[in-house]
Design a protein around this ligand. Structure first.
Ligand code: 5GP
Ligand code: MN
Length: 326
């Protein structure tokens, strides 16, 4: 039972997925605060930096890259990671035998890679799962834990607008507001404010967008990122959501070249289409309506391969008109 494993542990390593989003950072910092509250020593790690819009969250400043020199953990908790590779170097660098691994996540594609697996695909976000899980451990939801968790729910549901929002999601959010989270401030920071460089990148991305048979996509090169003034990893989720919201699009895709020359892919679609199916073909994953993967460069080849797979998926998944009776 995962609760016993946590009770027994002294020093817990908590890992959020590479290229972290609001649910990853909200869940990471909420688990960190909760475990500290019940007397645990915690180390919070992520391969990539915390995006600036989440810097105000408690413990965000303590999130760091894994270090090869400290291994003294009794337990590892992965949050919001659909498979082992999503933990990246943070887990891979731990020497064998690795500590017991607990996996808390809401992705339908989760591979149940932990010794303990708390997987709830019906939950809107990992933060929604934690809103019940942490109190079960004896944690009191303080205003700052509530702020972390509500950040996770608000970002993964795009402000309670995704199809996986349920009455339970709204009740969880209401509990977190009761616990002291400022929903207006959290929504503004996490969803709406964006850096000037991101707005410039949207300009470039929208300028280069292409449309074919329901697929609306754009490919962003390293030169584009430099031109826009993006430092580090760009956040493409705003742009890909914008593309998928265009009325004639059933699928929106942003391909973005990384400094190492790989290509990160973000995909969104409307039901009954399914982008997780496409992401899985390239070793990625996610949800039916929001998924991602990473391809090898060069950008043009990755774009050709991905666009072909998306076109095939659209043709396969397109609803068939009902046969009329003669
Ligand atoms: P985003 O486009 O916002 O980066 O990701 C959309 C969804 O797909 C998220 O739920 C994210 O966890 C998942 N996802 C993105 N990239 C990958 C990947 O490379 N592997 C897996 N398993 N999931 C991914
Ligand atoms: Mn999530």
């Amino acid at each position: 039972m995962i609760h016993f494993a946590i009770e027994k542990a002294n020093h817990v390593l908590v890992i959020a997925h590479v290229d972290p989003d609001g649910d990853a950072i909200g869940s990471l910092t909420a688990v960190g605060q909760g475990l500290q509250q019940i007397g645990k020593r915690v180390t919070l790690v992520c391969d990539d930096a915390v995006p600036p819009r989440f810097h105000n969250l408690p413990l965000a400043a303590d999130v760091r890259r894994a270090s090869k020199t400290d291994f003294l953990y009794d337990l590892v908790i992965a949050v919001d990671c659909a498979d082992e590779s999503r933990m990246g170097w943070a887990y891979a660098c731990l020497p064998e035998p690795k500590p017991t691994l607990a996996n808390i996540d809401h992705h339908i594609t989760n591979t149940r890679f932990g010794a303990f697996n708390v997987i709830e695909p019906a939950a809107s976000s990992t933060a929604e799962i934690l809103h019940r899980f942490l109190p079960d451990l004896g944690v009191t939801l303080t205003p700052s834990i509530a702020a972390s968790l509500l950040t996770g729910i608000v970002t993964d549901t795009m402000g309670f607008r995704t199809s996986n929002v349920t009455a339970a999601t709204l009740r969880a959010a209401a509990d977190l507001v009761d616990a002291g989270a400022d929903i207006a401030a959290i929504s503004l920071r996490a969803l709406h404010q964006r850096p000037l460089a991101t707005a410039r990148l949207w300009g470039i991305g929208l300028g280069g967008m292409k449309f074919d048979d329901g697929l609306l996509w754009t490919a962003i090169s390293r030169d584009d990122l430099r031109l826009a003034g993006i430092e580090g990893r760009p956040s493409s989720s705003g742009l890909v959501n914008f593309l998928a919201d265009v009325d004639v699009a059933v699928m929106g895709v942003v391909l973005s070249e990384t400094p190492e020359g790989n290509v990160n892919v973000s995909m969104r679609c409307t039901a009954p289409y399914n982008v997780a199916e496409v992401a899985l073909q390239f070793g990625g994953g996610g949800h039916a309506l929001a998924a991602g993967c990473t391809l090898n460069g060069p950008l043009e080849a990755a774009e050709a391969a991905l666009v072909a797979a998306c076109r095939a998926a659209i043709a396969r998944q397109r609803p068939q008109p009902a046969l009329s009776r003669a």
